[in-house]
Design a protein around this ligand. Sequence first.
Ligand code: SAH
Length: 396
Amino acid sequence: MVPVVIELTLKAGRERSVLRRHPWILSGAVAAVEGAEGQEPGGAVRVSSATGKVLGYGHYSPASQIRVRLLSFGAAAPGEGELAARVAAAVARRAGCPLLGETNALRLVNAEGDGLPGLIADRYGDVVVVKLGSAGMQRRRDEIAEALREATGAAAGFERADAAAARREGLPAHQGPLWGEAPAAPVAIRERDREFEVDVVEGQKTGFYLDQRDARDRVAQLAAGRRVLDLFSFTGGFAVAAARGGAEQVTLVESSSSALARAELHMKRNAPAASFECHGEDAFEFARKSERGVYDLIIADPPPMARRRGDVQKASRAYKDLFLHAIGLAAPGARLLFFACSHHVDADLLRKIVFGASVDARRSLRVLGTLGAPVDHPVSLDHPEGEYLRGLLLEL
Ligand code: SAH
């Protein structure tokens, strides 16, 4: 982290969030910056209050609304090997976690949740897929690659471009191998008794929805003898779990033809005798038009609909419409898993939306439980923005 050349001073009274260890300094809180001129973005920065008190150290993002991501708090600067030490610690925590057995695909570094703002690293077998979501992490690409290689012993590391982050940071999106060979074919992974082939180069996120692992386990437990509907199936994570769990029939709906083709392959591989059908269409339309009352287990896992706070109202209406129609497809006694994956739709709002849908559908639902991201996606209490995936398990 040394040498620090950028000095940032906050506006008067804007140190409150830093004192509560929130890792972001937003542009509106900044009074003055010195030493950043002519520098490559992502440099080390010292943050001080308006009265001159040193509050912490971090990485400077000159173009981003999140102007600084803090790595440490207080007057002591982090040492040179701090990033590598945090990467190693994050990997070691997972290795020692009894809840993370039976899978060779997991998140190794979850950004702020692991004290590494801007860094995502997911392991798929012998390949580590990395997203560098801040100027600071991009600038330290080599250091991070080396730390991940060392901590995991994986044969290859691959950087996935993050277009949204690149836009936010005002940097070009970059994609390519970090070490070892670039993965040529999809990477085979195994999660409990489920096998998937993950397209780590082109697939959504880093290739797979690792964050739905616990929910897949639930689906497997609930599926026996049931007619299952997997709305927004992507590559069939839930559908495969349902088939392995003994579902009577599985219906997948997904608008991406490449994802659906892979889902079909996954179904055939994991459950050769399963009865299933794939619908390459709009899931909202499908839910609106399908025959009512025929499914006993329905999963609705739509893409994020409220990326910004200002989108929440519109998103709430879209979620409600989706859930309303999904409820209509449910047979008596059916169980439903409804998800929202936007930070701005919190657990309370999701429950209210589902309640509204149930009132309009004139069907009464019981909440059996809540669902969320598994333990390899930790959320720091200092950074509640890191929480985004909420699910409700309901019963008709
Ligand atoms: N349940 C999946 C992840 C779903 S992510 C899993 O666990 O792996 C949301 C998915 O919805 C994406 O695959 C996206 O391609 C798809 N999608 C987005 N809009 C859609 C629409 N209107 N109709 C159907 N699928 C859609």
